[in-house]
Structure formats: C-alpha cells, structure tokens
Design a protein around this ligand. Structure first.
Ligand SMILES: *Cc1c(COP(=O)(O)O)cnc(C)c1O
Length: 352
C-alpha cells in the first residue's frame, strides 16, 4: 500500500488551491497576486521570542477594533483572512452534512476550505449584472450554514448591493451566517458593510493586512462578528495562531502612523489604477474593464489578442481568468508601482 493510500480519501482526491505563488511564472514584474509594491519599515523586539505569544495579542485586537469602529470583543485575529474563512467553516459546518453557499466567479478559498473539510459547496452564480442573486440565495437558505459574499469581489471588482444584503440578512436571521469578505475594502472604505454588525448578529466580515496594508508576507487577517460568534471561533482556533513578530508588525501597521501610510498607499494605487483604466479603455484590443474597486483591474481583451502571453514575454506575470465561467478572455492586473504600470503600458502600446 502506498502512503498516499493511507491519507484520507478526500485528501487523495483533492486538487490544491492554485495560488498565484504556486502557478508562478517567469518574469520580473509580479502583478498576479494583488500584493502591494512595498511594505514599509518595521522594528522588531526579539526579547520575548522564548515565550509563547498571546492567542489574541491585545494591542493588535484593540487597534484593529478602533480602526474598524468596533469593540475588541467583535474582533478575531488569525493567520491571514484565509484562516478566518477556514475557522468559520470548521466552527459552523458539520463534515459530510452541511453546506456553504458561494457566488462564482469569486475568491477560490471558500470552496477549497469547504472541500478540505468535507463540507458541500452550493453554487449560486452571480447575475448578468454581476450581483449576488439574492432571491436565489434566500431560496436556498435552509440548505446552507454560511453564505460567502465578496465585496469588492475578487476578481470582478463589483461591490455587493447594500439593499440586497439587507434583504438577505433579514431572511437569514437565526438560520445562517452571511460572510462578507472585505479583503479590499480599504480601496473604497465608504462601501464597507461593517456598520451593519451593530444590527445583525448573522453578519461576519473578513479583513486582511495582505492588500492595502502591504503585509501579505506576515499572514495576518481579521474576522469581525458579534461576540457570540467570535467566542465560538475562539474555541476552534489554534492556541498560538499569531507569531509574536507578526503581532509586533501588525500593531505598528495599525498605529496612527501606520494607518496614515496605508491611506497614502491606497491613494497612490487608486490614482495609478484610474490612469491604467483610462489607457485600457482606449485600447483597440480591450473589450471591457471591470469595476475598479480593489487594487486590481479585471480586463476582457478581444478574443485572440494573446495579451497574457505578450505580457509574459515581457516578463510581466498577470493572472489569467479566461477559463472561468463568464470570464472568457479576462486577465486580472494587480496595480503595482508606477514603474511596473509603465512596463504594462509599454506592452499595451507596442505594435500587436
Ligand atoms: C487576499 C484575499 C483574502 C485573504 O488573504 P490573506 O492573505 O489570507 O489575508 C481573502 N479574501 C479575498 C477575496 C482575497 O483576495
């Protein structure tokens, strides 16, 4: 018997998440993972590295709560937003019986985390206007424990309609949790749904330091919810999920100065994004530029334009979404530094 056959049947059959890092590529301009072009400077105190860290480092929790306008009891810190997603599934879904609901095309980790944990995935595709199909979701509420919405949606950039979300939250009362993934909300903070946490205990919000804060490398994310839900997640989370150096850096990123730097980075990225969008819209081989609400643009090129390969030949690594339902000829471009955007522009302007 091979050791593979010793593994859980489910794991033997599993295809791991094709993260941007895993897919990789050859090049020097990395615009495929929605990372920031810089991270900023941080200092580390190594005097306490012999000690286990706090499960929920108080300064990180307090500062994130203040930043989000919430009470510390409404905040959980974890190993990236991805761990928050996984914890929700492990806390609320019985393997082999319960289901989550997703609205594709969307972020891949909801389905991957569910499948890894033996939890079913119900798909209710986005409508033609790329909104969650709220009527169809509400009709299936009895079958699912968690509904995952993403706003801005990765990769399409669309924001969840607030009136629809309110309708869903009212219908979900006492029946299911509605998770709104706001990994990119710093790029359009006026569209956060976090204020609804005051009204709806069924609402959960996922956040991260990986995008606007420029800290994908430290793996730090947040789950925002009512104290009862946070308490349940704390029963399941590992005893020491946040390494001490991560907590130190996160606390600095969430200081007044850190927040100022983050907002400057956001302004810069939004400016570069607007410039690139304008350029793309005038390009003869561009069919559509999707909603520009994150730190990326999803672009539909004309069939056969071969833009992904042309960028790749110039050393620019992008993310190809062409094989996803409804996203034929679509490529996602992360907004990087000005120099990186110039490199993209050079390829766009070259003779086809
Ligand atoms: C990047 C991302 C996350 C979380 O990323 P972490 O690095 O695990 O914090 C969550 N949701 C979406 C939609 C993302 O794009």
């Amino acid at each position: 018997m091979s050791l593979t056959q010793l593994a859980r049947t489910r794991v033997q059959q599993l295809t791991p998440y094709q993260s941007a890092r895993r897919i990789g590529g050859q090049g020097h301009v990395w615009l495929n993972a929605n990372e920031a072009a810089d991270s900023g400077q941080f200092s580390l105190n190594c005097e306490r590295l012999n000690r286990y860290p706090e499960c929920q480092p108080p300064q990180v929790i307090e500062r994130y709560a203040a930043y989000a306008g919430l009470a510390p009891e409404q905040v959980l810190v974890s190993r990236g937003g991805d761990e928050g997603i996984e914890l929700l599934i492990r806390t609320f879904c019985e393997p082999g019986r319960d289901s989550i609901l997703i609205c594709p095309p969307t972020y891949g980790m909801y389905a991957i985390s569910a499948e890894t944990n033996g939890v079913n995935v119900v798909e209710v595709p986005l409508t033609d206007s790329r909104q969650p199909d709220f009527d169809a979701i509400i009709a299936r509420l009895g079958e699912v424990k968690l509904v995952f919405l993403c706003s801005p949606n990765n990769p399409t950039g669309d924001l969840v309609d607030r009136a629809g979300l309110l309708r869903l939250l009212n219908a979900a009362k006492g029946r299911a949790l509605v998770v709104v993934d706001e990994a990119y909300i710093e790029f359009c903070p006026e569209h956060s749904q976090a204020d609804l946490l005051a009204e709806f205990d069924e609402l959960v919000i996922i956040r991260t330091l990986s995008k606007a804060f420029g800290l994908a490398g430290i793996r730090c994310g947040f789950t925002l919810a009512c104290p009862e839900v946070i308490g349940l997640l704390l029963k399941v989370i590992a005893p020491y999920p946040v390494p001490d150096p991560v907590a130190q850096i996160a606390a600095q990123a969430l200081s007044e100065e850190g927040l100022l730097l983050m907002r400057q980075r956001v302004d810069e990225i939004n400016q570069l994004k607007a410039e690139l969008a304008e350029e793309l819209l005038q390009h003869p081989q561009v069919n559509e530029v999707f909603a520009p609400n994150g730190n990326y643009l999803l672009v539909r090129f004309t069939p056969g334009s071969d833009m992904f390969a042309r960028m790749s030949r110039a050393g620019i690594i992008l993310r190809d979404f062409a094989s996803r339902p409804g996203l034929a000829d679509c490529i996602r471009i992360t907004i990087g530094s000005r120099a990186e955007m110039d490199a993209v522009r050079d390829v766009l302007q070259k003779e086809q």
